[in-house]
Ligand binder design. Structure first.
Ligand code: IMP
Length: 203
């Protein structure tokens, strides 16, 4: 049975292939299936809403079981902003550097620097069933960028229990504690049985 992954990111796909290595299940990326919408507008008010929206649009277009994720940063002192607006915090078509600069401006003089990354993964079945699982990673926001690895807010975020930013950690260490890693591992543990069963039924 094919499981469509709503991503064009090869790195995410290879991580998911390792985690979702269940009998009879073949993970395919969005660019390996023809006739899918190029982009899904992420305009829901929650991570779960966006993940489900993406998964449903591609599930309906393909007729395949589909998995999608949405993630972002929540900063406690900013009322959980930027949240679902993380990618476009400094405006449409802004860069990661623009977002980081805006975050530092908003936090000028703020001593409570607590934040968390959140990720929600959604799974949709062509028969109308849906599931979600979440993962998070708590930490603090620095007052200047540090490190050059990763992407997005990584240079400003120090995870709990570490003294280095996500951008100073290697990819394997980040993945072992990250919101996305936690959500993916939880989803694989919770959904393995039902995916293997669906694959068996389709075989
Ligand atoms: P998406 O879920 O991949 O669309 O991510 C939404 C936005 O959240 C990204 O553009 C980043 O700004 C931010 N984000 C999500 N995950 C991470 C992460 O692991 N590190 C840094 N920024 C992240």
């Amino acid at each position: 049975m094919k499981l469509l992954i709503a991503t064009r990111n090869r790195h995410k796909l290879s991580e998911l292939r390792q985690l979702f290595d269940f009998p009879g299940l073949l993970l395919v990326a969005a660019d390996e299936v023809s006739g899918l919408p190029e982009d899904v507008v992420e305009d829901a008010e929650t991570f779960a809403g966006n993940a489900l929206k993406k998964a449903w649009e591609l599930c309906r277009a393909s007729g395949l079981w589909t998995m999608a994720d949405d993630s972002g940063l929540e900063v406690l002192a900013l009322g959980n902003a930027p949240g679902v607006y993380s990618a476009r915090y400094a405006g449409e078509h802004c860069s990661y550097a623009d977002n980081n600069a805006k975050l530092l401006r908003e936090l000028t003089g703020v001593t409570d620097r607590r934040a968390r990354f959140r990720c929600v993964i959604a799974l949709c079945a062509p028969d109308g069933r849906e599931w979600t699982e979440a993962g998070d990673c708590r930490g603090v926001i620095l007052d200047a960028e540090r490190g050059s690895q990763g992407f997005g807010y990584d240079p400003l975020f120090v995870p709990e229990g570490f003294d280095r930013t996500f951008a100073e950690l290697d990819a394997e260490t980040k993945n072992s504690i990250s919101h996305r890693g936690n959500a993916m591992r939880r989803a694989a543990a919770r959904w393995g049985g039902l995916l293997a069963e669906a694959a068996l039924r389709q075989a």
